[in-house]
Design a binder for this molecule. Structure first.
Ligand SMILES: *Cc1c(COP(=O)(O)O)cnc(C)c1O
Length: 256
């Protein structure tokens, strides 16, 4: 991520101590509250999901001590390793990246939430495993709102049909929809993605099957969470603004 060279402070200040994490989280929460206020919304209706991908485990311990009790991870293997090595902590795990069917069993075993559901095969694999273990899992259906071929998520027109199939998978507690906006500095186009997700949700709600919850909209990241909140986000997934700028290229997480 580029830094704002007109100021002394980097755009995403790093965090190496518990106090640093507390400061970064407080700063994000303050901006979330301001965005909610602008939109006439209650800030308590928007959840902050800290995204800890690429961040080493020692630093995650500090973030947890600073109050982060759920952490979001894009890649299953990385999330699984962290969940195992940090099993002594009181923290739960949200998987927010694309999942292959053959890795569904891992997610079923350690995650409390999966935000990137976009195939019935994965739904089936998750459900089978969860049923066997007597567990449930909160899920979000990922929608491709930017019409980019390279991104995961269902095309908007497939969402209603997909939701209609989900009651078959009783261990999946469907909470809402998730999207990644276009990665661009053009805030109008970013906002359009968020409006699209909300519109799809509002329409789908009218004939969603019983038991399929669509109250949640997971949208917005470090660069655009305030816009997302203005457009109705109930969950924002924020990594760099809490953990500091990521060196790893996002191509590793968003193929294309
Ligand atoms: C990495 C990631 C985020 C957070 O991005 P930041 O720029 O670190 O805030 C949000 N959602 C998904 C799916 C991600 O992979």
């Amino acid at each position: 991520m580029e830094q704002d060279t007109t100021r002394d402070t980097p755009r995403y200040p790093g965090a190496e101590t518990v106090e640093d994490f507390a400061r970064n989280v407080a700063a994000v929460r303050a901006r979330m509250a301001a965005a909610a206020e602008r939109a006439g919304r209650d800030a308590a209706d928007v959840r902050l999901l800290p995204v800890s991908k690429t961040v080493p485990e020692e630093r995650l311990r500090l973030a947890v001590r600073a109050g982060c009790d759920v952490l979001g991870e894009n890649k299953v293997q990385e999330a699984k390793r962290k969940a195992e090595n940090l099993a002594d902590l009181d923290v739960s795990w949200s998987v927010i990246g694309h999942l292959q069917t053959n890795k569904a069993r891992f997610v079923a075993a350690f995650a409390s939430e999966f935000q990137a559901l976009d195939s019935l095969r994965v739904a089936e694999a998750l459900d089978r495993r969860l049923q066997a273990d007597g567990r449930g899992l909160d899920v979000f259906v990922q929608v491709n709102t930017s019409a980019e071929d390279s991104k995961y998520g269902l095309p908007p027109e497939e969402v209603p049909g997909f939701l209609a199939e989900l009651p078959r998978y009783g261990a999946l507690r469907v909470r809402g929809l998730m999207t990644l906006a276009l990665l661009t500095g053009d805030t109008d186009r970013v906002r359009e993605c968020f409006v699209t997700l909300r519109t799809i949700r509002d329409r789908a709600r009218q004939d969603a099957p019983e038991g399929i919850g669509l109250d949640e909209l997971s949208m917005g990241m470090s660069g655009d969470y305030e816009i997302a909140i203005e457009e109705g986000a109930t969950v924002v997934r924020v990594g760099q603004a809490i953990f500091g700028a990521r060196a790893t290229t996002d191509q590793r997480y968003w193929p294309g």
